[in-house]
Design a protein around this ligand. Structure first.
Ligand code: PMV
Length: 331
């Protein structure tokens, strides 16, 4: 198994250490991709076709407590997760990569303050928090780069959830993915706001994993995606340095729409739009026509993340009742 080989390469003899403490608590933020990760060059190792670029949402994410116990138990927002569920299976396969030689029973309590599985990056925060917790429990002292590589084995976007602020995940070229990890990108934008516009908080029926593969395998538009990402990455970093919000927001929105266009052209088609998603997009476009600087991005779910500046926050909140306004650099 390729994943196990990477874990052994990074942890070496530390993989056989006993826990240094009995319980730990950690936090990992969700990260919103502004330039998306869509498509893998290695499905098992979650190695991406392109770089991606994200912004962390401080205080929004996974608060995870891990305790050495008698038996495995996974509790999400106070609810015991059944062993047969997808989430339990994914989490337990991930944890088993790190519990050697015998599986150490763990009680894991995750408190997630964003809806789970609704395209709001809950898996990124969840998997990176599991790894942060293991790192502390066993006192491995992993570097951020190593944490990023290992979090990626749980969920690709988790590789970006180890920092606040802007982050770039570099795709790398090596077959084992040792050069595929994220790094913080310096840039502080005090009045930048992200609004979580939740049109449907229920769990999506089609995982991003399945949707991504269907797109790579069957979308005639996918060939254009790497070029689009390379262009958008250069532009969004320039926009960020210049603090040109209209350029910044426009690139993010165009990148998200192009990603969804590649999904629509897959067969069977992949569509994460609900009627309310489209209605909200049209509202954003109408507000822009009226002179408001507002943009959106959307991931593998029907919810939108709105991008705007603090000066417009009050008006935008009235336009989108229930909007959760987050200031990514105010923490
Ligand atoms: O990390 P995954 O497998 O949940 O995929 C995430 C994919 C997107 O959220 C749509 C894009 C991204 O870069 O986060």
């Amino acid at each position: 198994m390729k994943k196990q080989a990477i874990v052994e390469k990074i942890l070496g003899a530390r993989l056989h250490q006993s826990p240094a403490v009995q319980t730990v608590s950690v936090f990992s933020p969700v990260n919103i991709a502004l330039i998306k990760y869509w498509g893998k060059r290695d499905v098992e190792l979650n190695l991406p076709v392109t770089n991606s670029f994200s912004l962390a949402l401080p205080t929004w994410g996974a608060h995870t407590t891990m305790t050495v116990s008698e038996q495995d138990e996974l509790i999400l927002n106070g609810k015991i997760i059944e062993q047969e569920s997808d989430f339990y299976q994914r989490a337990s396969l991930f944890l088993n990569l790190f519990r050697k030689p015998a599986v150490l029973p763990l009680k894991i309590e995750i408190k997630m303050n964003v809806p789970v599985g609704a395209g709001l990056a809950s898996s990124a925060a969840g998997f990176s928090s599991l790894l942060l917790a293991l790192n502390e429990l066993f006192s491995w002292n992993l570097t951020r780069k190593e944490l990023s590589i290992l979090s990626r084995l749980g969920s690709g976007s988790a590789s970006r959830s180890l920092w606040m602020g802007f982050v770039e995940w570099r795709a790398g070229v090596q077959a084992d993915g040792m050069d595929s990890y994220a790094e913080p990108i310096s840039g502080y934008w005090e009045d930048l706001c992200v609004g979580l516009h939740i049109v449907n908080a229920s769990e999506k029926k089609l995982s991003s994993r399945e949707a991504m593969q269907r797109t790579v395998d069957g979308s005639v538009l996918y060939g254009a995606w790497p070029k689009k990402v390379a262009h958008d990455l250069t532009m969004i970093k320039q926009a960020m340095q210049m603090k040109s919000f209209s350029l910044f927001g426009g690139i993010a929105e165009s990148n998200a729409l192009t990603m969804h266009a590649t999904m629509l052209s897959a067969w069977p088609p992949v569509c994460y739009f609900d009627p309310e998603t489209i209605a909200s997009m049209k509202k954003v476009w109408a507000l822009r026509e009226q002179g408001m600087s507002i943009f959106f991005t959307q991931d593998a779910g029907p919810n939108l993340k709105l991008l705007f500046l603090n000066q417009d926050a009050e008006v935008i909140q009235k336009e989108f009742p229930g909007l959760i306004v987050i200031k990514p650099f105010d923490y």
